[in-house]
Design a protein around this ligand. Sequence first.
Ligand code: NCD
Length: 296
Amino acid sequence: MRDLDARDIAVVLKRAKEMKQHKHAKLFEGKILGSMFFEPSTRTRLSFESAMERLGGKVITAAEAGVTSSAKGETLADSIRVISRYCDIIAMRHPMEGAARLAADMTDIPIVNGGDGANQHPTQTLLDLFTIQETQKRLTGLSVAMVGDLKYGRTIHSLAQGLALFKARIYFVAPPSLQMPKELLTELQKKGVKYTMHEKLDPVVPKVDILYDTRIQKERFVDELEYEKVKNIYQITPETLSRAKKTMRLMHPLPRVTEIHPSVDATPHAYYFQQAENGVYVRQALIALTLGLLQP
Ligand code: NCD
């Protein structure tokens, strides 16, 4: 996220809107996306691939680390050096923090970070900002609650940095053991972002324009017992949302486990499936801009 300023983001969102209006058919003809996902992914990988194919591009994939040469001991650096000769742009996800940055240093083609460990998930943030703007008709000066696993949730880390560029008022709602990492809070403070920390969700609900819920990141816990203690800490039901503003939208990067009850889907607040669809348009915009197919 630190690579982008408010203007860059505005450009991506503007182009994403054009993508949603289907203004750029066949834009990716003759282009190949390398899809390298070394960690489980449904939405991120498939929406990158769909983004490419829907505009006439092609995809080569090294989806499961086990079936590529990394299982034979090849370094990430070597894999990137080779695969970058087979395609025009790479989208990657890796369990190691900083993996995408390292990959970007190994090649001249664009590397897009689809999630690096618990660190960052910037394309998710771009689609989140697009969705926030779509539902609230503006991006500046909104009140946003971030709920759930703020410690390990990479979508949260990137979104907090993204919202910092748009004068957001942020409510961090989590059990103390899963609150926001200190370095990120310091960064927000330096940028003058107004935020508060909360353990209880109910008092925060009526205050916000966006409630951004997240899954407790089971796979990042060192201690299974610690996970058991917090796994069901917030379970959003229609009752939880009864005091929300009419225009409040509930977002979630998905997958959800138990944190949003299925009966919430039918409320006017639920917006997570539309949010997931927006991933295709935002990734199309990002690919077009990084490949120089559209001008900023
Ligand atoms: C998120 C991720 O992978 O960080 N999922 C996604 O990309 N939509 C959130 C999660 O796994 O909980």
